[in-house]
Design a protein around this ligand. Structure first.
Ligand code: ADP
Length: 681
C-alpha cells in the first residue's frame, strides 16, 4: 500500500470547495458522469484507430444508489487509469486545477455559472470519503484503488478488479443525504445527462404485471445518445424535429418552425432553435433555450449569451467554445460569445427570410404568431432590423399583409401630405375605432391594424427609420386633418361666435377623462361633433404602460379633444339660437369686455413709449386691476354660455353621440342619454 499527501499548500481544500460552491452541489454528478463519458469515448476512439485491440463490448455507464451504505457509485467501462495515471490525474493535476479554480474565482463565487473545471473534486462537496477503483485498458496493468477522506491524505492500493474501467464510489455525508433519494438522482441525470453520447443506466425498467408495477431486469436508460442537433439536417425530417422538440419540452404546443445551427469556424457551435407560437404575452418564455457543452447540460439561462429577443425562442445550443466558469459580465464582453450571438441573430434572420421568399403564403399564415418576436428583434437589434425590414409585414384592417416596401407604394400617392410626409394611418382596435376607419376608407385611405403588444414601440422605431414618414392613429383627428393635404377650410362662423360655442360645449362629463373643446372647420356634411385623442399624448401613455420609461405620462388622465364643426348646419343653428335667446345678456357683456379691452390697449400702448423705470407703481397697479376686471367679465360671460349649454338638449345630445361612438359614454351618462333621446323623439 502507498500513502501520500496531495501536493498542495492549502491544509484542507474541501471545506473551501463546499463553501464556495454551496448553492450548486448537485453538479458533482454531472462532473463524474462527464469523466466516465470521456473515458468511454477515448476507448472507442482508440479501438477505431487500432490502438486498442481488445473487445470494446457493451459500454453503458451504470449509476447506483445504496441508501443503506449511503453511497453513490458511477461505474464506466472506459480506458481506466493505471496506478501512475491515478496518481498523476487525481493527486496532482486534478487537485491543483481545483485549487487554481478556487483561487481565481473566490471573489466572485456568486457569479460563477458553469463550475466546469472543478471536475472530479466536486465530489467532495457531498462526500465524506471518495474511493476510485480502476483497471486500465492497457494489457497486463494492475488494478488500483484510490481512497481519500477529505483530508489532503490519500491511499493507493493494488486490488483485484475483473473488468476494465473505473468505479467511483461516493460516501455521502450527512448534510447531503438528499442525494441518496433515487428520485433525486434520476431528476439530476435527466437534467444534466439527457443527451450524453454514451448510454447511461440508472435502475431497472418497470412494467405493469398482475395489477402492480414490477422491475423487469432491463436497465433503465436515461439518455438519448444521438439528439437531433448532433445529426445532419439532411438526415432529419420535419417529424424528427418535432419529436425532438417534445423530447425537450414534453406537453408543449407544436412550434412554428426550426433552425438547425451548425458552425465550425471561428468557433464550434451546433444546435436547433424553434420558433414557438407567441400570441400576446411577452413574459412567456416558459420553455427556455438550453445550453449544452459537448452534450452536457450547462444552464437554461442564456441571457447574455444570446440577444434578449432570441430568449423568446426555444431549443438547444451546444458549444464547447463558450467559457463556462466565468461571470456573466465577463461572458458578455467575451469576443467568442459576441460572435456566437451575432451569428445566431444572423441565422435566425436568414431562416425567416428564406421562408418568406420560398413560401410567402405560409409566412403570412404564421405572421400573427411570429410578429411579437420579430418586432422585438427589430426594436432591440440593429443588425436584425436591417434584415427583417425586408420580410416584416404590415397587416391592414382588411386582414391583408404587405411588406414595408409594398405598403409604401400602396399609400404613396394618396397619403402624402402637403409637406411631403408619408402618413401611415393605423388603428389599434377595429371595433372601437370602427367609425374612424370607415371615414378614412371613404376617403380612399388605407388603415393598418397595429394591435400588437409592441406596436406602439415599433411605430416610434419606424418613424426614426423610414424617411419622411409619420404614423397617425385614425381617431387622433378629424379625417380631413389626419393628412393635411390642403390649407384649412374657411369657417362660416366668426371668431367671436366660435369662442362662444367653445364655452357652450364645455359641459362637464362625469368621468375621469379630460375633454378639451376645439373648433375645427370641416365640410358641412361632416360630423357636427367628434372626439379625437392627441397622437402624441396617447402614445406616450401607451409607451409608459409597456415600460418605455415614461412614467410621467402614465400618471396623466386620458385627455381627448371634443371637436366641433362650425360649418355644420346644426352647429350654426345652435349658434343662431344662442345669439337670439341671450342677445341682451351677451350684448351687455360684450360691451363691458370691449370697453375694458380698449382701456387696457390704450394704457399698454402708452407704456410701450416709456422706459420701464418711468412707469409709476400706481400706474402698474391700475393696469393689473383692469386685467383682473377683464378676467372677471370674461368668466361671467363664460358662465352665461356654459349655463346655456348645459340647459340645451341639442348640445348635450350632440356631445353624447360623439362620446357614444367612441365607447366613452358610460354608466349614469349613458342612461341619461337614452332617456333624453326618447324625449326628443
Ligand atoms: P477534467 O475532467 O476536467 O480533466 P477531472 O478532475 O474531472 O478534470 O479529472 C482529471 C483527470 O482524471 C481526467 O482528465 C482524466 O484523465 C482522469 N479521469 C477522471 N475520471 C476518470 C474516469 N472515470 N476514467 C478514466 N480517467 C478518469
Amino acid at each position: 500500500m502507498q500513502t501520500g499527501k496531495i501536493g498542495v499548500t492549502t491544509e484542507n481544500i474541501f471545506p473551501i470547495i463546499k463553501k464556495f460552491l454551496y448553492s450548486d452541489h448537485e453538479i458533482f454528478l454531472r462532473e463524474l458522469i462527464s469523466n466516465a463519458v470521456d473515458a468511454t469515448q477515448k476507448l472507442k476512439t482508440m479501438a477505431s484507430v487500432g490502438d486498442y485491440k481488445g473487445d470494446v463490448g457493451e459500454t453503458t455507464i451504470q449509476v447506483f444508489v445504496d441508501k443503506e451504505k449511503k453511497t453513490i457509485t458511477v461505474s464506466d467501462k472506459g480506458i481506466g487509469m493505471t496506478k501512475e495515471e491515478l496518481d498523476k490525474y487525481l493527486n496532482q493535476i486534478a487537485f491543483s486545477s481545483a485549487n487554481d479554480f478556487l483561487d481565481k474565482y473566490k471573489d466572485q463565487s456568486n457569479s460563477i455559472i458553469g463550475h466546469f473545471g472543478l471536475g472530479f473534486y466536486s465530489s467532495f462537496m457531498v462526500s465524506e470519503k471518495v474511493e476510485v477503483f480502476s483497471q486500465s485498458y492497457q494489457e497486463g496493468s494492475q488494478a488500483v484503488k484510490w481512497s481519500c477522506d477529505g483530508s489532503p491524505e490519500f491511499t493507493l492500493d493494488d486490488i483485484e478488479k475483473d473488468s476494465r474501467g473505473t468505479d467511483v464510489i461516493l460516501y455521502i455525508d450527512e448534510e447531503s443525504k438528499d442525494f441518496l433519494e433515487e428520485s433525486k438522482i434520476e431528476q439530476l441525470l435527466k437534467k444534466y445527462c439527457k443527451f450524453l453520447p454514451v448510454e447511461i443506466a440508472f435502475g431497472k425498467e418497470k412494467e405493469w404485471k398482475d395489477g402492480k408495477m414490477v422491475e423487469t431486469g432491463k436497465d433503465k436508460l436515461i439518455n438519448n445518445t444521438k439528439p437531433a442537433w448532433t445529426q445532419k439536417p439532411a438526415d432529419l425530417t420535419d417529424e424528427d424535429y418535432k419529436k425532438f422538440y417534445h423530447e425537450l419540452y414534453p406537453a408543449s404546443e407544436e412550434p412554428l418552425f426550426n433552425i438547425h445551427l451548425n458552425v465550425d469556424y471561428p468557433f464550434k457551435l451546433t444546435g436547433i432553435l424553434y420558433f414557438p407560437k407567441i400570441k400576446s404575452n411577452i413574459e412567456i418564455h416558459r420553455n427556455k433555450i438550453q445550453l449544452y457543452c459537448n452534450q452536457v447540460f450547462v444552464t437554461d439561462s442564456v441571457e447574455g449569451i444570446v440577444p434578449e429577443f432570441l430568449t423568446l425562442l426555444h431549443g438547444v445550443i451546444d458549444s464547447p467554445d463558450i467559457p463556462l466558469n466565468v461571470s456573466r459580465s465577463y461572458l458578455q464582453s467575451d469576443s467568442n460569445v459576441k460572435k456566437i450571438s451575432s451569428h445566431i441573430t444572423k441565422k435566425v434572420a436568414d431562416r425567416l427570410s428564406d421562408i418568406f421568399k420560398n413560401n410567402r403564403e405560409e409566412f403570412e399564415k404564421k405572421w400573427d404568431n411570429l410578429k411579437l418576436f420579430i418586432e422585438y428583434g427589430m426594436i432591440t437589434e440593429e443588425k436584425f432590423y436591417e434584415k427583417a425590414a425586408k420580410f416584416a409585414l404590415f397587416k391592414n384592417t382588411d386582414d391583408k399583409y404587405f411588406t414595408f416596401e409594398d405598403y409604401e407604394n400602396l399609400i404613396k400617392d394618396n397619403q402624402t401630405d402637403r409637406k411631403k410626409s408619408l402618413i401611415y394611418l393605423y388603428s389599434t382596435n377595429k371595433t372601437d375605432q370602427f367609425t374612424y376607419i370607415e371615414k378614412a376608407r371613404n376617403k380612399g385611405y388605407d388603415v393598418l391594424l397595429m394591435d400588437g403588444q409592441l406596436d406602439v414601440h415599433l411605430i416610434s422605431h419606424l418613424e426614426s427609420k423610414l424617411k419622411d414618414s409619420r404614423f397617425v392613429r385614425v381617431d387622433s383627428d378629424v379625417v380631413d386633418k389626419l393628412i393635411h393635404k390642403e390649407d384649412p377650410k374657411a369657417s362660416k362662423l366668426s371668431e367671436r361666435q366660435q369662442e362662444d360655442l367653445k364655452s357652450v360645449f364645455s359641459i362637464k362629463v362625469k368621468s375621469k377623462e379630460m375633454y378639451n373643446v376645439v373648433m375645427e372647420s370641416m365640410d358641412e356634411t361632416d360630423t357636427p361633433v367628434i372626439i379625437t385623442q392627441s397622437e402624441f399624448m396617447r402614445r406616450m401613455k401607451e409607451m409608459s404602460q409597456t415600460g418605455g420609461g415614461m412614467n410621467f405620462y402614465g400618471e396623466l388622465p386620458d385627455s381627448y379633444n371634443l371637436v366641433v364643426n362650425p360649418n355644420h348646419n346644426l352647429i350654426i343653428s345652435i349658434s343662431e339660437e344662442l345669439q337670439n335667446e341671450k342677445s341682451s345678456e351677451l350684448a351687455a357683456s360684450n360691451a363691458e369686455i370691449n370697453k375694458i379691452k380698449e382701456e387696457i390697449d390704450f394704457i399698454e400702448k402708452e407704456h410701450k413709449k416709456m422706459k420701464e423705470d418711468e412707469i409709476s407703481q400706481v400706474e402698474k397697479d391700475d393696469l393689473d386691476k383692469m386685467r383682473s376686471e377683464l378676467g372677471v367679465a370674461e368668466s361671467s360671460r363664460k358662465d352665461i354660455l356654459e349655463a346655456y349649454g348645459s340647459g340645451n338638449k341639442k348640445v348635450k345630445q350632440l356631445i353624447d353621440l360623439a362620446l357614444l361612438s367612441n365607447n366613452l359614454l358610460k354608466g349614469e351618462d349613458l342612461s341619461t342619454f337614452v332617456k333624453r333621446s326618447v324625449e326628443l323623439l
